[in-house]
Design a protein around this ligand. Structure first.
Ligand code: KIV
Length: 317
């Protein structure tokens, strides 16, 4: 069930109806289902999300997993690393994402120092992501040194996603955000970290910032799905930060990011036009005002489609 690159519009530019792809299956994405996808060689997708509106949009697009990443520290909070992010903050964003999601599997990212001190403390914090954040699983960074912690969390019935290679919470130990596993010895280290994470019971693993041949080796030698970011095309799945994918980070253009839209550029242009129209007295017209004598509109019949509540005052009258 590989994603189609784009959905053709129902009516072409000539007005001729175009062939439509089959409607995407809306069944919830579960851990057993992701395992089966690896067995069948079906690729899947993960994208980060931090709020209900973006979650709703990505879920509707058919993204399989939504990661409430600690990257929120950088893209939402404007910090220069993920280190200051707290458990409470990620849980807050998890709850918002859960409210906007119907189908995707939601992963809560365990922030720095929420799982490194002891397996018991890690378990207590991991439980909060499911109980308070409505996440379906948690993700944590690290390899062999995290095996006992992963085992403890998994034994409590909490699914875990591992994360090896470039691990942003170790930015200072790595001397910056650097590609890992470039030398033969370092590649062996990353591979044995990935094996340790699998043996500890993780159901999937993120491979970040490693050469594509190493990612292929790891993907071929593990029975759990690998989710690549900056790790080339041979992983079972791919993950991108939604702000990168949608073009919301104007000054940051990492090599591994493909921008599928230019939301920042379009947002600047939209806001510029709004300012111009307000200053020039073109907005709001009567069409956007109350008491203009229009009849009350009938409430539309429910369609059964997932909906997201938006702010408003009801029908204009
Ligand atoms: O926090 C995050 O967004 C991540 C992804 C980059 C995998 O960990």
């Amino acid at each position: 069930m590989q994603e189609k690159p784009s959905t053709p519009s129902p009516v072409g530019s000539t007005g001729t109806p175009q062939p439509q792809p089959p409607p995407r299956e809306r069944k919830a994405v579960t851990v057993p289902r992701l395992r089966v996808m690896k067995e069948r060689g079906e690729r899947f997708t993960m994208v980060t999300a931090y709020d209900a509106t973006f979650a709703h949009m990505l879920d509707e697009a058919g993204v399989d997993m939504l990661l409430v990443g600690d990257s929120l520290g950088m893209v939402v909070q404007g910090r220069d690393s993920t280190l200051p992010v707290t458990v409470d903050e990620v849980i807050y964003h998890c709850r918002a994402v859960a409210r906007g999601t119907q189908r995707a599997h939601i992963v809560g990212d365990m922030p720095f120092m929420s799982y490194q001190v002891s397996p018991v403390e890690a378990l207590r914090n991991a439980g909060r992501f499911l109980a308070e954040g409505a996440a379906h699983s948690v993700k944590l960074e690290g390899g062999e040194e995290m095996a006992a912690t992963i085992r403890r969390i998994v034994a409590a019935g909490i699914p875990v996603v591992g994360h090896v290679g470039l691990t942003p919470q170790s930015v200072h130990a790595m001397g910056g955000f650097r590609v890992q596993g470039r030398t033969a010895a370092d590649a062996e280290r990353v591979l044995s970290d990935a094996r340790a994470v699998e043996q500890a019971g993780a159901f999937a693993i993120v491979l970040e910032g490693i050469p594509l041949d190493l990612a292929r080796r790891i993907t071929e030698s593990l029975s759990i799905p690998t989710i690549g970011i900056g790790a080339g095309p041979h992983c079972d799945a791919q993950v991108l930060v939604c702000y990168d994918l949608l073009g919301l980070t104007p000054t940051l253009r990492p090599k591994f990011v493909k921008r599928y839209a230019e939301f920042y550029r379009d947002g600047v242009e939209a806001a510029r036009r709004y300012c111009e129209e307000v200053r020039g007295g073109e907005f709001p017209t009567k069409e956007y005002s109350f008491g203009a004598g229009r009849k009350r509109r009938r409430k539309p019949k429910p369609t059964g489609e997932p909906s997201l509540k938006v702010a408003g005052y009801g029908p204009a009258s």
